[in-house]
Design a binder for this molecule. Sequence first.
Ligand code: UD1
Length: 370
Amino acid sequence: MCVVGARPNFMKMAPMMAALRGSADPAGSAEPFDCTLVHTGQHYDVAMSDVFFTQLGLPAPDVDLGIGPGSHGAQTGRIMVALESVLRDRRPDLVLVVGDVNSTLAAALIAAKEGVPVAHVEAGLRSFDRRMPEEINRVATDAVSSYLFATEEDGVANLRREGVPGDRVFLVGNVMIDTLVALLPRIRQRRMAAELDLAPGRYGVVTLHRPSNVDDEGVLGEWVSALERIAVDLPLVFPAHPRTAARLAGAGLDGRLAGSGVRVVEPLPYVEFISLVSDSRLVLTDSGGIQEETTVLGIPCLTLRDSTERPVTIRLGTNTLVGAEPEAAVKAVEGALSGPPRSYTVPPLWDGRAAERIAGILRRMEWRAA
Ligand code: UD1
């Protein structure tokens, strides 16, 4: 049973479903798994959920829990209660979760309590900052998982340090990059920059949605001022998460941005978003996954957070940890625009075949709860 809930889950689960159901195996030699897809409904808008199912070729969910928004306690609890009866009904042999959102943790916890082995894809990432809800989700999900699939060496090292037995940990690469590699031809054809009247290489892309950056009106106002200043030299496109759009509107900041070089647009579907990023000069973001996508695309990424759980994107890739300081972001953009292009390499195993590796490993083992 595969469980998804929020936007960043969808691009990770699409290649997993294909590999598990055997549709990614052209020779058709691998025995397909009998595989159910559950959507918790953590994200529910067309733009945050439905469009990804269509575009990424994810099958329609077999079960939709329809949970919707809520506080962390309410959301996590409601998912656990609803999934508990689904698990009792369907009795899966394994529950597979991806990433670090509330749905990931809720599904892993209730599966483990029901005695169902849990496989966690994207295990072992750590920002070492427990103020981030995702960090708690990562630590707790890994603690109850039987099989831990890591994207990079740091993930393996973190799990080793936490005492996870080595025979449960597998370095397999990055399933989100599987989706990027698979859709690259469509992404290259899409030419989103032209559609928005932007010249390739002459604009930046912004995403901001972490509660710490957008929930406080004063902090959000400082980010808006910084973006306005950056946009004097580099026009910016800002696909705004619903949380951010609501906060901008609530604070009357959307009207102010309308008169600046910062163009706020609706959340974009996957192909359109990556197309926009791949033709940009740089990206400013507080997202996790975008740090990885920019590394593979070779686009400079300025991460507007104090910590990252994905240090390989800094060590090998194009990522710079700028900090959650608007003034620092202005300086970092100046530096990136005037400095030489950064050299980078794509991390090992980020080659488009991670889901296949995971399916192969799962096929060879007898599943047992941790
Ligand atoms: C969640 C993840 C975060 C991920 C992000 C990507 C957790 C703790 N956080 O944060 O790691 O980076 O998704 O988007 O799981 N909303 C809508 N429509 C939707 C979804 C959300 O309007 O389809 C609004 C709701 O008002 C909701 C708010 O956005 O209250 C936040 O949604 P929620 O799922 O709680 O967290 P995200 O901020 O999206």
